[in-house]
Ligand binder design. Structure first.
Ligand code: ZN
Length: 250
């Protein structure tokens, strides 16, 4: 019932607007300042005010022509919605800690991106997309956090594996692992690979196992598979990709 009543009002308003437009096309050419005044004055819904009323009624009639019958409410809600949007934007400061690494090959060409996200339970999710990382070996490749946030002048700048607790290498090593050890990444013939792993060995947030220590950290991919037991790097061969891990702006 309410909807029908509103629809009737809307239809009437639309008819008034249309007929008023027809009666007085000159109103459209009124100077802007006068239009603004007209809006202020056109509170009385008198049909005889047609030339002034046009300015006020027409926008509403257009809005409700689509069957959405919320004239005044729509206007009132706008400030509230803006307030909610503002609160949501502020809330984003509570978002998870994240970091990225732009990976490049030994020639300095981009070969993919890795993202790090610290979850609420302090575990870190790593996901990476590799594209065109040329390799003779299709299948598993070692991927590790190295202890220094540097990939130049060559990948040796990244140093050894991130190992703040002084353990041996390898997720399967009884005397391990390094805090920077990760499961292997799979690369196909084209050197493409999608990777996802979750670890509780290191953090992005402050602490004695944070990747963001004084000299930062780097993500390195190796030419061969990591056997996960042989110290110090699982026989994973040369370093074929490297990216400095950079904390995302909060
Ligand atoms: Zn290691």
């Amino acid at each position: 019932m309410k909807f029908r009543f509103l629809f009737g009002v809307v239809a009437l308003a639309a008819m008034l607007a249309v007929s008023a437009c027809g009666q007085d096309g000159a109103t459209d050419q009124m100077p802007v300042e006068q239009d603004a005044t007209a809006v202020m004055d056109a509170t009385a819904p008198e049909a005889t005010d047609a030339p002034l009323q046009i300015v006020d009624v027409t926008p509403d009639a257009e809005a409700e022509g689509e069957g959405e019958a919320v004239p005044a409410e729509g206007v009132e809600m706008t400030p509230a919605m803006e307030g909610e949007a503002g609160a949501a934007a502020e809330g984003s400061s509570d978002a998870a800690l994240t970091a990225t690494a732009q990976l490049q090959n030994a020639a300095g060409e981009p070969v993919g991106t890795a993202t790090f996200t610290e979850m609420q339970d302090s575990t870190v999710m790593i996901s990476a997309q590799l594209t065109g990382l040329e390799t003779d070996i299709v299948g598993p490749h070692g991927i590790h956090i190295h202890q220094t946030g540097a990939c130049t002048p060559d990948f040796d700048a990244a140093g050894g594996h991130f190992n703040p607790t002084g353990m041996q290498h390898g997720l399967d090593n009884p005397a391990g692992p390094h805090m920077g050890d990760l499961p292997n990444i799979q690369l196909d013939e084209a050197g493409n690979g999608a990777y996802e792993a979750t670890t509780d060995l290191f953090t992005l947030s402050d602490g004695d196992r944070s990747l963001f220590d004084d000299d930062g950290s780097a993500l390195v991919i190796h030419a061969e598979a990591d056997d996960q037991v042989t110290d110090p790097s699982g026989n994973s061969g040369d370093r074929i990709a490297c990216g400095v891990i950079v904390a995302s702006a909060e």
